[in-house]
Design a protein around this ligand. Structure first.
Ligand code: PLP
Length: 573
């Protein structure tokens, strides 16, 4: 890792992301994308590699989730005090939006690991000199309409580059766009390049100079999931946007500004976030070379205390060399199991106090926590309640812990939460089900470490990577997951967990899609009934051995230090 330290003086990477999760008390993230951003920057701190993060400040956060007894979600602005956590920076920069000039400031948070600090700047428009609409752009993450979103993305991309310059970052070696939201930064880099070259019109050389600086990571395997804005809106919000001329096709496609194409066209390195996701992306965007760097989690951020204690005892200096977690394979099974029971106790105590459900530490406990939205199929395990009840009755009791927010505009996601609440009344006495409110970093840490099994059943190929199963793995919790995203790479059947279900990627007929739900559910029940629960209830040593393999095999690889090294090797140099 000294390699990084020696070179870091001369190399700086700017990492742009619409959301960055840096601390559980700072609500500037919604889920996987923001957590990945925070974990990437934390990994840079851990190995002493120079990066700087740029994101937006959200004074009202994503939202605070409340759920009533019928499962109806309501959203509240998150109340938090910005200057309790972030330090205001002196410089002010201006950008033009519509016909107004707006002033930006930045707030600093420093991610600190192993004596190394990585600055993260949160851009803020809430200044008295700005128009009330513009002040509100530092309000909600993923709120508002197209106009609101495009203005925010202009603040992030264009304002972000200007702010970095004003803060003294004159030489930045790479601009990494974490998803397309920040791709307007390419316009600002192009403007800088033209000024430097003395051009009033961009030339192909100017475009090449920008491409040499830019790296793009795509996260969304569905065409509809990519941000795009009608050109009429673009004309209104960004009057300087290059809508005409020889290079027009670089910037827009048809009647839209598509943020993904903008980033694809202006980056010299592009990647998806797992092997399968890159294959799917190459089909969506067939004219581009799209590599794969599989996501990872920042181990020190997700490791529970009891498992960390085992590492400290058995794997000297594991923090300096994350790959040495492989040697967890020699930790005695009894110690793994005891550490797990401490985590499980903490989680169940927390849940029993909050929900009064009397969950039992001896009972098999499954976790399912992620954004509540249709493609993640949160209700799959409830497809056949008769079958589920009979498994719990014959093999052993079952406890299910659910959590997750539905995006305020995702009506189907909200209905899913209601239906899961209604199901509680249809379950037999051997099954307990709770839904915990307001899924966030802190809750995720408890759940991923405290359950016996992590369930993941998105509809392939829609899960680009998924990272929560990696957080479970490092804590010794195996996954039962469909083969999509990272699990195609992480699953060694019966060793690091289990797979189930059909691969929709292979299917053409929509009739078969409908059938696949029932087949996937029945496959899920089979795995639980015949394989997983019997091991848990009858052969605990065998279960502990699977837990240990999860840590040694998947924990040592699906982490952010490995991921960062791949970015360094493939994209940053
Ligand atoms: C890890 C995490 C996610 C992402 O989970 P996936 O399994 O990738 O969907 C979302 N929200 C929170 C709070 C998380 O910690």
């Amino acid at each position: 890792m000294n390699h990084f330290k020696k070179n870091s003086v001369s190399r700086i990477i700017a990492y742009f992301s619409m959301e960055i999760a840096v601390d559980e008390r700072i609500p500037t993230y919604s889920g996987g994308l923001g957590i990945l951003a925070g974990d990437t920057l934390s990994a840079a701190a851990s190995v002493g590699f120079s990066m700087v993060g740029v994101s937006l400040l959200y004074r009202k956060g994503y939202f605070f989730q409340r759920i009533d007894e019928n499962g109806v979600q309501t959203e509240e602005p998150v109340e938090w005090i910005v200057d309790d956590f972030l330090v205001e920076q002196q410089p002010r920069v201006k950008i033009q939006l519509e016909n107004r000039e707006i002033t930006l400031r930045a707030w600093l948070y420093e991610i600190e690991q192993m004596d190394h600090k990585i600055p993260v700047y949160f851009l803020d428009t809430d200044l008295p000199e700005n128009d009330p609409y513009d002040r509100g752009l530092s309000g909600f993450l993923y709120g508002g309409d197209d106009r609101y979103r495009l203005c925010q993305e202009a603040v992030l991309g264009i304002g972000g580059v200007r702010m970095l310059r004003a803060l003294g970052y004159k030489k930045i070696d790479r601009f990494h766009m974490n998803e397309g939201h920040s791709s307007l930064l390419t316009l600002e880099l192009l403007r800088e390049q033209m000024v430097e070259a003395g051009h009033d019109q961009a030339s192909w050389e100017d475009i090449e100079a920008v491409r040499a600086l830019c790296v793009f990571t795509t996260h969304t395997p569905v065409a509809a999931g990519h941000d795009k804005f009608p050109l009429s809106l673009v004309k209104q919000v960004l009057p300087f946007f290059p809508l005409h001329g020889e290079l027009r096709d670089i910037f827009c496609c048809g009647d839209y500004l598509n943020m993904t194409y903008l980033a694809l066209n202006l980056s010299h390195y592009i990647n998806g976030v797992a092997k399968r996701h890159s294959e799917v992306s190459r089909m969506l965007f067939s004219h581009y070379e799209i590599d794969a760097i599989t996501n990872g989690i920042h181990v020190p951020s997700w490791l529970s205390g009891p498992i960390q204690k085992l590492f400290d005892e058995h794997i000297p200096r594991w923090k300096e060399d994350i790959f040495s977690i492989r040697y967890a394979i020699s930790i005695p099974l009894k110690e793994i199991w005891e550490a797990h029971l401490i985590n499980k106790r903490l989680l169940l105590d927390f849940i029993n106090r909050q929900k009064n459900v009397g969950m039992d530490i001896d009972h098999f406990t499954i976790g399912f926590a992620r954004r509540m939205t249709a493609y993640k199929r949160p209700e799959l395990i409830f497809t056949n309640l008769e079958r589920l009840n009979s498994i719990a009755k014959s093999v052993g009791p079952l406890q299910l812990i659910f959590a997750g927010k539905a995006h305020p505009k995702d009506e189907e996601g909200k209905k899913i939460i209601q239906r899961i609440h209604a199901i509680r009344h249809l379950l037999g006495p051997e099954i307990k089900l709770v839904f915990i409110e307001n899924y966030d970093l802190a809750l995720a840490k408890r759940i991923v470490a405290g359950v016996d099994l992590w369930l993941n059943n998105p509809q392939p190929p829609f899960e680009a990577s998924g990272t929560s199963g990696m957080k479970a793995a490092i804590n010794g919790v195996p996954s039962l997951s469909v083969l999509d995203g990272w699990w195609i790479e992480g699953c060694i059947e019966g060793t690091t967990g289990w797979s189930f279900g059909m691969d929709l990627f292979q299917l053409k007929e929509s009739k078969e899609n409908a059938l696949s739900l029932n087949r996937d559910a029945s496959d899920l029940y089979d795995k639980l009934e015949k394989l997983i629960m019997p091991i848990f209830y009858n052969n605990p040593d065998s279960y502990a051995s699977i837990m240990r393999s999860c840590i040694a095999i998947n924990g040592s690889f699906f982490n952010a230090q490995r991921m960062l090294m791949q970015y360094v090797l493939k994209a940053y140099y």
